[in-house]
Design a binder for this molecule. Structure first.
Ligand code: G3P
Length: 218
């Protein structure tokens, strides 16, 4: 399973990229806004740091604007994937950009039917938002199971990858991996939690205090 970081924070991107953990990045207008500064500089820098796919989202809501913005976003780097919303115009833009060799991530997916249609439009990725479904009392992970089943039934027709988004905690990651989702995109806080275990900290502390008793170097 590929791990993407769901952030526009350059410090976090560098931190986890230096550990070799990142296969890509996803951003959205809210994440860009959170960072402040000049979004163009940030987007360009992310595409330089990360070798894998970097999803950059359009803010236009109509077809021609999406195409124009998508092409401009793509100029930031060859690894840019244009993110469009799951709307009729978004799917039309998905079809057009894909036909020109520009990969597309269709975002704001909340139903298996939406994922199916985005795949039909040629999306490289579909982004189902599981945390936001959990928030309204639906089981977000069921959506991932359904999409996986549908895509597996038509493997020869769909090459679209399931990019699990709106992940809130490490259990979401384990469940997505068990289902066989292709990608998870994680907020830095979730990736930090995945790294940690209290027994690792206690174990290391004990190793170091035992070694000190030897009064020797390595
Ligand atoms: O990038 C899209 C998605 O991951 C957003 O997550 O936490 O705002 O629902 P969240």
């Amino acid at each position: 399973m590929k791990i993407f970081l769901d952030t526009a924070n350059l410090e976090s991107i560098r931190k986890f990229n230096d550990m070799g953990l990142l296969d890509g990045i996803t951003t959205n207008p809210s994440l860009m806004s959170k960072e402040g500064g000049n979004p163009k500089d940030i987007m360009e820098e992310i595409t330089k740091i990360i070798k894998g796919d970097v999803s950059l989202e359009v803010v236009s809501t109509e077809y021609s604007g999406m195409i124009e913005e998508g092409k401009r976003l793509r100029q930031y780097g060859k690894n840019v994937v244009v993110k469009v919303p799951m709307t009729p115009d978004g799917l039309k833009a998905c079809k057009h950009l894909t036909s020109e060799g520009i990969p597309v991530n269709v975002t704001l997916i909340f139903s298996p039917n939406q994922a199916l249609l985005a795949a039909k439009s040629g999306a490289k990725y579909v982004s189902p938002f599981i945390g936001r479904l959990d928030d309204i009392g639906k089981d977000g992970m069921n959506l991932i199971k359904d999409i996986k089943k549908i895509f597996d039934n038509y493997k020869d027709d769909f090459k679209t990858q399931i990019l699990v988004a709106s992940i809130r905690h490490p259990i979401h990651v384990i469940d997505a991996a068990k289902i066989g989702a292709h990608v998870v995109t994680l907020p830095p806080t979730v990736l930090d939690k995945m790294l940690q275990h209290p027994l690792t900290d206690i174990g290391l502390e004990n190793f170091l205090s035992d070694w000190k008793k030897l009064k020797a170097g390595i």
